[in-house]
Design a protein around this ligand. Structure first.
Ligand SMILES: Nc1nc2c(ncn2[C@@H]2O[C@H](COP(=O)(O)OP(=O)(O)OP(=O)(O)O)[C@@H](O)[C@H]2O)c(=O)[nH]1
Length: 328
């Protein structure tokens, strides 16, 4: 995700700056050739490009923010449409650029909406100064070019979503993987510290996992983990997230959950595993370590270690139990 935001921010800034230089170059040329209307248009759009580049940089950590880009595109559309309706027919080529820009600057849906609006407004503006057939020719070529760019953006969007999904999920259990746990825990700790909302963490391990694997084999373990992951997902509420680490060990992150609630859910999870009828082995138990983050506890590794110490205590005191870690 970081690489994605870095790449997109750089592309957007490069695009704005390249357009800014093109506009400045054109404004000089327009003055030289006495095309003052086009000169004013270039001068008007240049600050918008600068604003876009600054906006892209300022919102680099939030890829979903697009209000500033939409404002820049709207300014471009309005200025070009006014020129078009005033008789500057040559400017029509700018619209193709604006349409293509929109797929790099906006999320998919707003980009499609923006292009439909652009097609309508610019066709009306062009029809004031040009013939019906010229307007139709422009509308058709615009729809074809921008439609093609839209299809490409759509495919890219879905491919990158699939890759993000595949890089953070464990395919067997359907839970998130360990790498994503590290990222999410840091994020949730800062959120909890900033808002003072409680954050709880559960670590849960299938009892005698290695022995089960030796006796029953890997195929059985795979089936078990898949059912286990589904059961955990079913039992937790929206907002909770489940992570599979390895060797039958899961972490569950519970935002907005105080210690009293944590004990309720941890004990409920332990009991439901014990009472469930599992394939082949029938009965299965888990040991659980859990904790609620205390204010000022911001080290994710220390928090994880504390939960693992509680898990160890649960295992050493006979398995199939919940141990709550109390911070000193
Ligand atoms: N994060 C999380 N907390 C849970 C879950 N189930 C129970 N809890 C916690 O345990 C408390 C008591 O839960 P319940 O025994 O289900 O009682 P409840 O009155 O239905 O709880 P609410 O869901 O708050 O209405 C909740 O307020 C939560 O703090 C869960 O699936 N996820």
């Amino acid at each position: 995700m970081l690489a994605e935001s870095y790449l997109r921010t750089r592309t957007r800034i490069a695009l704005y700056l390249a357009t800014l230089f093109l506009l400045l170059f054109m404004s000089v040329q327009n003055v030289r050739y006495g095309l003052y209307d086009l000169f004013y248009m270039s001068i008007l759009l240049a600050p918008a490009m600068l604003f876009g580049a600054i906006y892209a940089w300022a919102r680099r950590s939030d890829l979903n923010a697009y209000g500033g880009h939409l404002a820049v595109l709207t300014v471009m559309l309005v200025v070009v449409s006014l020129q078009l309706s005033g008789g500057q027919k040559a400017i029509v080529h700018w619209l193709y650029g604006i349409g293509l820009f929109s797929f790099l600057l906006l999320p998919l849906r707003p980009a499609f909406t923006f292009n439909i609006v652009t097609l309508l407004i610019s066709s009306v503006a062009l029809s004031y100064s040009d013939s019906f057939y010229s307007t139709l020719r422009f509308a058709t070529s615009y729809a074809l070019l921008v439609g093609l760019a839209g299809v490409y953006a759509y495919l890219y969007h879905h491919k990158s979503r699939f890759l993000v999904h595949a890089s953070i999920k464990d395919p067997l259990t359907g839970a998130y993987n360990q790498k994503h746990l590290e990222f999410s825990l840091k994020q949730e700790i800062s959120r909890s510290e900033a808002t003072s909302h409680p954050l709880s963490l559960v670590v849960l391990e299938v009892d005698f996992f290695d022995q089960q694997r030796e006796v029953q084999g890997q195929n059985f373990i795979n089936e078990l983990l898949s059912q286990f992951g589904a059961q955990l997902l079913q039992m937790t509420r929206a907002g909770d997230s489940i992570y599979y680490v390895d060797n039958g060990r899961f972490f569950i992150m519970l935002p907005m959950t105080p210690e009293e609630g944590l004990l309720v859910i941890a004990e409920r999870l332990r009991r439901s595993v014990e009472e469930h009828t599992w394939p082949i082995i029938d009965s299965l138990t888990v040991s659980v370590g859990c904790l609620t983050r205390k204010s000022g506890e911001t080290d994710d590794q220390a928090l994880t270690d504390r939960a693992l110490t509680a898990l160890k205590q649960a295992q050493q005191s006979g398995h199939n139990r919940v141990v709550l870690s109390k911070s000193k």
